[in-house]
Design a protein around this ligand. Structure first.
Ligand SMILES: *Cc1c(COP(=O)(O)O)cnc(C)c1O
Length: 434
């Protein structure tokens, strides 16, 4: 078979190019005549001999280093599968990690990280504002397995140290925080983890886990900034088109076997059909989509921040953003350019009426706007709006939401790829009506 002989190493090319061309050739699957990687859809794989089948079972998720890194032997979809494997190679590259394992959804990825990291009696220390389902997972399900969660303010790492107990094994957060768009300094949390770990044995070390869903690896690579593990949803900006669910964990090689075994036994595998879409549509267009969304988000943030009915705007790329220095340090694309992403949060001035002004605005837009759609989820071609207080974050108690900066007048906007004039036009008319 003729193989291509690239005249440069893949490391010599930029991420944007790499996400389109992948690894020149994949170790995971031998195909040579396609411009687009073919989709493989087979729940089981033909084995050429009993020996080869037996070898596959020995090699699968083996903790023996000598066995990893071999050409995979595919046996059954839930164990491993080539379309998904190619996506995993590219995601590991994008996040700058050793290995990636994908899952059926972001929540399957997050629950796997906690399932692998924690034993009975151990604890996760999490930021006080989290994606609603992550909060529910930690407060409703972990305790049933004898694991506890504590919450703290990750914006104040000095005070956070007091929340750490001998049982703490995971420091968990999102940055930007969903939905308030506050940033948590990944390097600062790394320093805290290092202080804690200085007095601990290897097996008792705390791990820094970052949910990178909002930023995507195009805008922020937490592993380079000191995180141990990245968990993220592929359903949002990475998939990018709003057609498929998925999740991913990017981790050091030592984690690979545990992640694969957990996925095999709990069963949250990403279907090859979805993996293929994310591989051939999502990742190759990620940079282009994020660049466009950012440009629009900058303009929308400026428009909103100057509007008399808007109390404040939280967008890392806005002039008025409170954590500007951190934003410029932490949210950069792989070429070092500022990359504040396509998500923004704004709080309207209280009108004192019921329903709140935010609820009225969202309802008005839902009924009358062409460019803005009322829906949860984010990171799609279409601009989406929602009211976190009553929708995505309803799992958090009201007092907790208020105490931690989530406001009943707050609105979350996920910028899409429409012409920015039209998005601002629709917002302008809606704001006049509330
Ligand atoms: C959507 C989301 C998740 C969960 O991802 P799913 O693919 O919906 O399971 C986790 N974290 C954040 C920040 C999210 O926005």
């Amino acid at each position: 078979m003729e193989t291509r002989k690239p005249h440069a190493r893949k490391e010599d090319y930029r991420m944007r190019t790499h996400l389109i061309h992948g690894n020149f050739e994949s170790k995971k699957w031998d195909y040579n005549h396609h411009v687009v990687p073919p989709i493989s859809h087979s729940t089981a794989f033909r084995l050429t001999s009993l020996h080869r089948g037996a070898q596959g079972f020995v090699q699968f998720a083996s903790a023996d280093e000598a066995l990893s890194g071999h050409m995979p032997i595919y046996i059954y979809d839930r164990l491993d599968e080539p379309t998904r494997s190619m996506l995993e190679e590219n995601l590991a590259y994008a996040e700058g990690g050793d290995v990636c394992v994908t899952f059926a959804s972001g929540m399957a990825a997050i629950s796997t990280v906690l399932g692998v990291a924690l034993r009975q009696g151990q604890e996760v220390l999490a930021h006080q504002i989290l994606y609603g389902c992550t909060y529910s997972l930690m407060t409703n399900w972990l305790p049933r397995f004898g694991m506890q969660v504590r919450f703290g303010d990750f914006l104040k790492p000095e005070a956070l140290a007091a929340q750490v107990t001998p049982a703490t094994r995971v420091l968990y957060f999102e940055t930007p925080v969903n939905p308030t768009m506050e940033l948590i300094d990944i390097g600062e949390i790394r320093r805290l983890a290092d202080q804690i770990n200085a007095g601990r044995e290897e097996k008792d070390r705390v791990l820094v886990v970052v949910d990178n869903t909002f930023a995507t690896p195009y805008c922020q690579r937490p592993l380079k900034l000191g995180a141990d593990i990245v968990a993220e949803s592929l359903t949002k900006d990475i998939g990018g088109f709003g057609t498929d669910m998925g999740g991913a964990v990017i981790a050091p090689s030592a984690w690979y076997n545990h992640l694969m075994l957990f996925r095999k036994d709990f069963g949250g595998v990403l279907t090859p059909r979805s993996a293929w879409g994310i591989l051939v549509y999502g990742l190759p267009t990620l940079a282009t989509r994020m660049i466009n969304q950012q440009k629009t988000a900058q303009r929308v943030a400026k428009f909103l921040s100057e509007h008399p009915k808007v109390e404040r705007v939280a967008y890392p790329g806005a002039e008025c953003f409170a954590q500007k220095a951190l934003a410029h340090r932490q949210m950069v694309n792989p070429d070092g350019k500022f990359a504040p992403g396509g998500m923004l949060y704004f709080v309207l001035k209280e009108s004192g009426s019921k329903p709140s002004r935010a609820e009225k605005l969202v309802d008005y837009l839902a009924e009358h706007a062409y460019t803005i759609t009322l829906a949860v989820s984010l990171g799609q071609v279409k601009t989406l709006i929602e009211h976190p207080f009553s929708m995505t974050h309803s799992a958090l108690p009201d007092e907790q939401k208020r105490a931690f900066g989530m406001h009943p007048e707050g609105v979350r906007l996920s910028i899409g790829l429409e012409d920015w004039h039209d998005i601002i036009g629709d917002l302008q008319i809606a704001l006049e009506r509330v």
